[in-house]
Design a protein around this ligand. Structure first.
Ligand code: CMC
Length: 427
């Protein structure tokens, strides 16, 4: 391919440089287009727009490839834990033993919330959406830790990254405990990341939660598979907010808000609602598929389709296996899993879905796993956010160090032409 492309605008030929990525992805650099031609590009939804270059995650949506810092996601199936993967994403390499121990210790030491923050949880109504609480509380961390918010100092940044990675878990668990009127559980310094979170969620004064090893493994992999996904809606939001110079907590709190929507992370809740609706007999799986294809309805087959994956989502394939294995291990015969399989089979052989290249995505099976572990549906997207946090942190830092330019797209104005103000008395 060429290293420049030529376009003709109003009879004038201009050359635009081509940027080539590690995997031979080609992008046309239009950063001087407006200066040279007076034109801007138009790409609602940004499906053809590269907003940045990034060293963090590689996706090939046609081939179903996902790699973190070059490592194929399938290689995370067996050995690493979420803490190692977090380090990998945030700092760029797998941690040495010393780095791993230091970061783990920082996570342990920073799991607590300031006691004053506990009062905030009590101020929310019991039925408050946990994503609202999560976003508010992550932002609140800026009030309690106003120092060390810059990306420049390695030590300071490592501490801030550990703080956020650790405290999001505590905030999530406290939001849940508060919603059910149960006492908060402080973190247990002797437990690793995942089982510590489940302890904070589920231990009671009369019974300590014992984390089963198979449950820990499944949850660990689920977090890893959610950890980064390049320029998705929430990560782009984190980078966009960060580009204004906003601190890491504020930027990641905005990421939580973006993740909340049902077309993004909120889809894992919508999938469970959909399966439940089918199970409870409102509609059959076939009815639901029919409705999802009907352009007069606003129903979509939740957990299906992806902006980038047009073959299969490797995370969905891995999570399907985890779901089957975990349910068999726990001896749970979840009727929703059966319905999910039925929907998947129908959709994968239906021309509507085949032609549009709509395959199950990460959210299709994650809810079944979380449900088997005992996580309430209201917390599903919060768990997604815990998993996504290292990705957000990595992107926030990358963009803060790479560019001092504020993100500020343009638009094509389609409102009224110049119009005179009319005094109130004359309207
Ligand atoms: N059910 C039925 N039709 C669909 C679906 C679906 N789940 N997804 C896309 N389509 C159709 C859509 O109606 C359109 O049809 P037509 O060309 O006839 O107008 C075509 O497929 C292309 O859809 P699109 O909305 O232009 O595609 P997109 O790339 O903008 O959207 C998506 C991607 C993920 C938002 C979309 O597929 C969707 O809404 N899926 C359901 C929600 C979901 O599962 N979201 C989780 C995404 S993965 C994890 C994450 O990002 O958090």
């Amino acid at each position: 391919m060429n290293n420049v492309v030529r376009i003709t605008v109003d009879g004038k030929v201009i050359e635009l440089p081509v940027i080539v990525g590690t995997e031979a992805e080609h992008g046309i650099d239009i950063s001087r287009l407006r200066d040279q031609t007076g034109y801007i590009t138009y790409d609602p939804g940004y499906g053809n727009t590269g907003s940045c270059s990034s060293d963090i995650t590689y996706i090939d949506g046609e081939k179903g490839i996902l790699r973190y810092r070059g490592i194929p996601i399938e290689q995370f199936e067996q050995s690493p834990n979420f803490v190692e993967v977090s380090w990998l994403l945030i700092f760029g390499t797998l941690p040495t033993a010393a780095e791993y121990d230091r970061f783990s210790q920082l996570l342990t030491n920073n799991a607590m919330l300031d006691e004053a923050m506990k009062l905030h949880f009590e101020g929310f109504p019991k039925q408050a959406p946990p994503m609202a609480i999560l976003s508010a509380m992550i932002n609140t961390l800026s009030c309690f830790h106003p120092e060390l918010q810059g990306p420049e100092s390695d030590d300071g940044f490592e501490l801030a990254a550990a703080r956020l990675t650790s405290k999001i878990r505590t905030i999530a668990a406290f939001a849940y405990r508060s919603s059910i009127g149960a006492p908060y559980n402080y973190s247990d310094p002797n437990q690793p990341y995942v089982s510590n979170f489940l302890h904070m969620m589920f231990s009671n004064p009369y019974a300590q939660y014992e984390c089963d090893e198979e449950v820990r493994k499944a949850f660990n992999l689920l977090l890893i598979l959610h950890a980064d996904h390049e320029q998705n809606c929430s990560t782009s939001t984190v980078r966009m907010v960060g580009s204004s110079g906003a601190n890491m907590y504020a930027s990641c709190a905005a990421g939580v808000c973006a993740l909340w929507g049902p077309l993004h992370g909120g889809a894992n809740v919508a999938v469970l609602d959909m399966l439940d609706q089918i199970h409870k007999g409102g509609l059959s799986a076939a009815d639901y598929v029919k409705l999802a294809k009907d352009k007069n309805s606003d129903v979509r087959l939740m957990g299906f389709g992806h902006r980038v994956y047009k073959n299969f989502d490797p995370r969905a394939n891995m999570l399907q296996k985890v779901a089957e294995k975990l349910l068999t291990y726990l001896g749970k015969d979840d009727p929703l899993l059966k319905i999910a399989r039925e929907l998947e089979e129908m959709a994968l052989s239906d021309p509507y879905f085949v032609e549009r290249k709509l395959y199950p995505n990460v959210d299709f099976y994650s809810g079944i796993i979380l449900r088997a572990i005992g996580i309430p549906t209201s917390m599903f997207t919060v768990i997604f956010a815990i998993g996504r946090m290292p990705g957000w942190i990595a992107h926030w830092r990358e963009q803060s160090l790479m560019s001092s330019k504020i993100s500020r797209p343009r638009q094509i104005y389609t409102g009224p032409p110049v119009t005179d103000y009319v005094a109130k008395s004359e309207r």
